[in-house]
Design a protein around this ligand. Structure first.
Ligand code: NI
Ligand code: MN
Length: 223
C-alpha cells in the first residue's frame, strides 16, 4: 500500500490513502503555480493549517462541491460555515480528530492567522495519520525547538516544510527542521510561488533525511 501525494502548488496537497482523498491548504485560484482548478479536486476532507488567504484559498468551494468535511481550528470552521460549508469538524492545537482514514492532529506553528480582517485563531500544522504513512504538514512557521517534540510525539514518515523565506523558514532553517523532526522523507513547499518567496532552495539539504521535491501539479507515491 502506498500513499499518493499530489502537490497542488504553494502549500497545497492532495493525499490519497486509507480509502480517502484529503486536500490540505488548496490555494488554486490566483496561484500562479497551480496546475489544478478547484473543480478538478474530488475529496472527502478539506483541512486547513491557518487562516491566511494563500492557505484557505478555494477550501470553501471545494468542500461545498464535494460535500466534504472541513477540518480546521474552531475560528476557521466557524468562518467557513457562515460561507455555506455544511460539514465542519473543528479542533485546536494539541488535539486530534478521528477520521475515516485515521486521524488529523493539530500542532503549533510560529506565525499569524487572519482572514478577511477577522482573527482566525492560532496558526498551526497538521499531522495526518493514514494507514500507509503519517504526514506532518508544518503549515507556515519559523524554526522553533518544539519541532523536535513534534517529531518525538508523532514520528512522521513524511514532513512537509515551508522554505520560501520572508514569511516562513528559509531553506537552511528548513533543513534544520527536517533534521529535528527526523521523518524518512522531507518535502519542501511555500517557495517560488511569487517573486517575494525564494526560488533557490539548493540549501535545503537535511542530513540523514531523504529530500523529495515535487513539482506543482505532479504526484509521488510513498511506499
Ligand atoms: Ni501564512
Ligand atoms: Mn502562507
Amino acid at each position: 500500500m502506498s500513499l499518493k501525494i499530489t502537490f497542488l502548488g504553494h502549500s497545497g496537497f492532495l493525499f490519497e490513502g486509507g480509502g480517502a482523498r484529503v486536500v490540505v491548504d488548496p490555494f488554486l485560484t490566483g496561484n500562479p503555480a497551480a496546475k489544478h482548478k478547484p473543480s478538478d479536486l474530488k475529496c472527502q476532507y478539506v483541512a486547513i493549517t491557518h487562516g491566511h488567504a494563500d492557505h484557505v484559498g478555494d477550501a470553501a468551494d471545494i468542500a461545498k462541491a464535494n460535500d466534504a468535511t472541513l477540518i480546521a481550528n474552531y475560528e476557521i470552521c466557524d468562518h467557513l460555515a457562515r460561507k455555506g460549508v455544511k460539514k465542519t469538524d473543528p479542533g485546536n492545537i494539541g488535539g486530534a480528530i478521528q477520521t475515516s482514514f485515521g486521524s488529523i492532529a493539530f500542532t503549533p506553528a510560529f506565525h499569524s492567522s487572519s482572514y478577511e480582517g477577522t482573527y482566525m485563531g492560532m496558526p498551526g500544522g497538521l499531522v495526518l495519520k493514514f494507514p500507509e504513512a503519517t504526514v506532518y504538514h508544518l503549515g507556515d512557521t519559523s524554526l522553533f525547538s518544539d519541532l523536535k517534540l513534534m517529531g518525538e510525539l508523532y514520528k512522521p514518515d513524511i514532513a512537509i516544510i515551508p522554505v520560501g523565506d520572508r514569511f516562513t523558514m528559509n531553506p537552511t532553517h528548513g533543513a534544520t527542521a527536517a533534521q529535528w523532526i527526523r521523518p524518512k522523507v522531507a518535502i519542501p513547499c511555500h517557495y517560488a510561488t511569487f517573486p517575494m518567496l525564494t526560488s533557490d532552495i539548493s540549501a535545503f539539504q537535511p542530513q540523514g533525511v531523504e529530500t523529495r521535491v515535487i513539482k506543482p501539479g505532479e504526484c509521488w507515491e510513498y511506499a
